[in-house]
Structures are given as structure tokens and as C-alpha cells.
Design a protein around this ligand. Structure first.
Ligand code: C2O
Ligand code: CU
Ligand code: CU
Length: 491
């Protein structure tokens, strides 16, 4: 087997650092001796030609980049099993073009996305552009499409001219199989760039993407995908990876600002991030930018949430990026864990932060047309748990909520269960007006918000412009797969 044909080199690690990781022994021999590797290598595995760009973790980008040209982003995403490197070995994953995370798609407001999803995964799947404020109908961000194994489907998505810039992402949305396919590695970022990206402080910063994901590290599909009724009830968790790597180390400089785009791409896991000795300055949340940088000590991200932050290193040294203890209800607390290390070189201090970021339309004084109540509940225990919205399991042939286009509504989401459930609505972002047990919510545009166990949130949602039928659901994907999802139609 030719060395350059090993798909594991496509995953996020440049060849030099992988060889270094293998300790200078003849790498070919070691790789050839990996049983998981040899049994899974096949000639039809996606192979990146020798010399094509593979991002190094030290520059902070997780994967290949696909950019729009002249208003068009033409992308081919091939979903297939493969072996990928994660820093200290190789593992089985469901890859996107041989990688996980998949390539980052870069586009601008007004662009057209033409995305061919080539499904070689072995199962039916589809594609959702989480957070994009685009049509959910036809060949666009339509979660009701099924792409059978062995077939390809071309998505055609228009990003409106007035679409905000920010950090979005793609992942599968084929009902009953979302958790396992995402857990296995099928996801990637979508970046919409606008004037904020050109602000001198932002454009001059070191650009870093931190994609948090957890999976089971295993050599076969069944080792990674197999689960238990209990794990599905709680929401499956695994070993945490950053940009597909186990505890990566990043090189940084004290004389540069950093701009991070952070995504929680885990199926269930919550993170509460802290960087030793640093604060974070939030410039954007899920669905849009803030008016000005907001200083926080920690960043809590529930599944599906994104945040853009500026980071100022005040001095050189080695700093741990940790996830602090965090609980999501009755299942206990995840302990503190180290996710990555930043090695910051001495020499000069970072430039100042920008005073303002973007224009922000605050909905707190807007009077909603109506207030709707939505109840997330669980019934039963252990293997037999049922996950319900307004007492019902998901049914794609039913419309649960009808909304008139052009109106603004308040939604009060009540969680009557002893477990947290992150609420997510496709297409139409909202502002959080109240959130129990969380203090005053940040004035920000969101598309995911945690609804605490036995708690509630009040959201204000403008249903402007876009019409069509789509879904809202719990973003603990095992709960979504179990039926904690409902259909909304805006017309
Ligand atoms: Cu991340 Cu229904 O989506
Ligand atoms: Cu979504
Ligand atoms: Cu849930």
C-alpha cells in the first residue's frame, strides 16, 4: 500500500507532526501493522493527492476550506467511513471528504451554495445547514429529504443578501439517526463573512477555529456507533476531541489578538470553557454579532451553540483550555477536563479590542403578537423513556405550529423533566428574554438555548421574510431521534 494513499493523513494532522508523534520509528511499518487500518483500507477510500493542503493544528484551522467564488460555492461532500488520525492513533469515523470535522465552507451574504452530498455512508442521511437563515423548502435546507446510501443529492441554497455574518455549521438530520451520524464524525463549519470580518482588530487577529466534539475512539463502526438505552436516554457522550484531535497544543503569540470561532458539535455534551489566566470577549453568538465585545470568564456551550470571541494574551507561558464541571440535570456533573494547551511566546502586548462590533437590533421592547407555550417533557424511565413536545412524539406528517409570516411571537418553553434540554429552532433566530436559573440573558441572537431541568425560557422570535415548513427540537440528538421534535410551518 502506497504511503500517500493512507486516508488518515487527510485528517487535520500534517505529516511531519504525525511522524513525530510516532516517535521516529519507520512510520510505514507502524501504519501497516495497525489492524484497524488494514481492514478498513479500500481502494475506493477518499484520497487527497500528495501535496494538497492539510491544515496543521498549530495554525488553528481544523480542516480543508472551501470558498465561494463570484457568488457561488460549489462543494462536493462525500460522506463515507474511514480511518482518521486523532493525534495519538487512528480511529474509525464517518468522514466528510476523508476528514472529520469536514471541510469548512466559506461564503458571503447573497451567495448561492450548490452542495452535492454524495452518500457513501452505508445508511440513509441528509444535510442541514444549522443556523443559516435560508429557505427550508425544496432543495434548500429541507430536513425532510432522504438521501439513500449510494446516491448523491444536490442542495441549492440561496443565502439572502441581508444575512448576518457569523459561524454556522452543517450536520445530518435524518430522523432516528442524527445522534449516531454526528457522533461518528459527520459535521463541519459554515462561515458567513461580512464587514465585521474586515474590522482591523478582527482581521488582524490570529484566526482560530475550535470545534468541540466527543465520540467513542474505536476501530470499527460498531465500536463507535453501538449504544445502550440508558446512554440514549441521557444523551450519549464519549471522548472529547478539539478539531478532531486529543488535547492538541496550539502555538500563540502575546503580541497578537486571537479570534476564535467555537462550535459545540457534540451530540449531547455541555462545555463550560475557561482559559487559565484569560477572559473571553464575546463578539458573536449563534446567529449574529453583538453590539460590542462582552467580557466573560467562562463560555458555556450546549450542543449546537457557537460563539465568536477575541482573546488577548497578556504574557507568554503555557495555558490550559479547560472545560469546568458542568451539569445538565439529574445525571450528575461532568468533572473538569483539559481540552487543549496554548503555548504563548513572550514579546510585546496584544493590540486593543475594538470598541464596537456591529449594529444590533434589540427586541426587548418589541411587543409580540402572541405568546405561545411549548412544553418539553419526558415520560418513563430507563429503557422505556419517551421524549415529548406538547405531549407528542415527532410526526413528520403533522404540522404542530402554524405561524403567520411577518409576525413576532414570544415562545415560553417549559421543561417539566429533571434533565436539561437545549431548544433549537431552524431558520428563524431569536433573542432570549428570560431564562430561569441563568440571570439576565445576554442581548444576543441565538438559535439554540438551554432550557434547564424543571425550568423555562422566554424567547422573542421574528418570523420575517422566509416561509416554509421545518422543525424545532431538543439538540441533545438522542432526544431528537427519540421524538423530541416538532414541525413548524410559516406562511
Ligand atoms: Cu443542529 Cu435541527 O439541528
Ligand atoms: Cu438546525
Ligand atoms: Cu433533550
Amino acid at each position: 500500500m502506497a504511503f500517500s494513499r493512507l486516508p488518515l493523513f487527510e485528517n487535520n494532522v500534517n505529516r511531519r507532526s504525525l511522524l513525530r508523534g510516532l516517535g521516529g520509528v519507520g512510520a510505514g511499518a507502524i501504519l501497516a501493522s495497525l489492524p484497524a487500518c488494514s481492514s478498513r483500507m479500500s481502494d475506493d477510500a477518499t484520497v487527497t493527492p500528495e501535496g494538497s493542503p492539510v491544515a496543521s493544528p498549530s495554525v488553528g484551522q481544523p480542516s480543508a476550506e472551501l470558498r465561494s467564488k463570484n457568488g457561488l460555492l460549489q462543494a462536493n461532500l462525500r460522506i463515507a467511513p474511514g480511518m482518521v488520525a486523532f493525534g495519538t492513533g487512528v480511529r474509525w469515523a464517518l468522514t466528510v471528504n476523508g476528514q472529520t470535522p469536514g471541510p469548512t465552507l466559506f461564503a458571503a451574504p447573497g451567495d448561492h451554495l450548490s452542495i452535492t452530498l454524495d452518500n457513501q455512508s452505508g445508511h440513509s442521511t441528509n444535510l442541514h445547514t444549522h443556523g443559516l437563515q435560508v429557505s427550508p423548502t425544496g432543495k434548500a435546507d429541507n430536513p425532510f429529504i432522504e438521501i439513500p446510501n449510494g446516491t448523491a443529492y444536490v442542495y441549492e441554497i440561496d443565502i439572502p443578501k441581508r444575512h448576518p455574518g457569523g459561524t454556522f455549521w452543517y450536520h445530518p438530520h435524518f430522523h432516528h439517526h442524527v445522534a449516531e451520524q454526528l457522533f461518528a464524525g459527520f459535521f463541519g463549519l459554515i462561515v458567513v463573512e461580512d464587514a465585521v470580518d474586515a474590522l482591523p482588530a478582527v482581521a488582524g487577529a490570529v484566526q482560530r477555529t475550535l470545534i468541540l466534539h466527543d465520540t467513542r475512539i474505536g476501530a470499527t463502526e460498531s465500536a463507535v456507533m453501538s449504544t445502550t438505552p440508558m446512554a440514549q436516554r441521557d444523551g450519549r457522550e464519549g471522548d472529547v476531541l478539539v478539531n478532531g484531535l486529543r488535547e492538541p497544543a496550539f502555538e500563540a503569540r502575546s503580541d497578537r489578538l486571537e479570534r476564535w470561532r467555537v462550535l459545540n458539535a457534540s451530540a449531547s455534551r455541555f462545555y463550560r470553557l475557561s482559559l487559565d489566566g484569560h477572559a473571553f470577549f464575546v463578539i458573536a453568538t449563534d446567529a449574529n454579532r453583538l453590539a460590542e465585545p462582552a467580557r466573560v470568564e467562562t463560555l458555556t456551550l450546549v450542543p449546537g451553540e457557537r460563539v465568536e470571541v477575541l482573546v488577548q494574551h497578556e504574557r507568554g507561558g503555557s495555558f490550559a483550555l479547560k472545560s469546568l464541571p458542568v451539569s445538565r440535570g439529574s445525571m450528575g456533573t461532568n468533572p473538569e477536563s483539559k481540552l487543549a494547551t496554548f503555548n504563548v511566546s513572550e514579546g510585546g502586548s496584544a493590540p486593543p479590542l475594538p470598541a464596537t462590533v456591529a449594529a444590533f437590533s434589540d427586541l426587548s421592547t418589541v411587543v409580540p403578537l402572541m405568546t405561545r407555550q411549548v412544553v418539553f417533557s419526558m415520560q418513563g424511565q430507563m429503557g422505556g423513556a419517551r421524549f415529548l413536545i406538547d405531549g407528542k412524539e415527532f410526526d413528520s406528517s403533522r404540522v404542530d405550529v402554524k405561524v403567520a409570516r411577518g409576525t413576532t411571537e414570544d415562545w415560553v418553553i417549559r421543561n417539566t423533566s429533571p434533565m436539561d434540554h437545549p431548544f433549537h429552532l431552524h431558520v428563524w433566530p431569536f433573542q432570549v428574554i428570560e431564562q430561569s436559573a441563568a440571570g439576565t440573558p445576554m442581548r444576543a441572537w441565538k438559535d439554540v438555548v438551554n432550557v434547564p431541568a424543571n425550568g423555562s425560557v422566554r424567547l422573542r422570535i421574528p418570523f420575517l421574510e422566509i416561509t416554509g415548513k421545518t422543525v424545532f427540537h431538543c439538540h441533545i440528538l438522542d432526544h431528537e431521534d427519540a421524538g423530541m421534535m416538532a414541525v413548524i410551518e410559516v406562511s
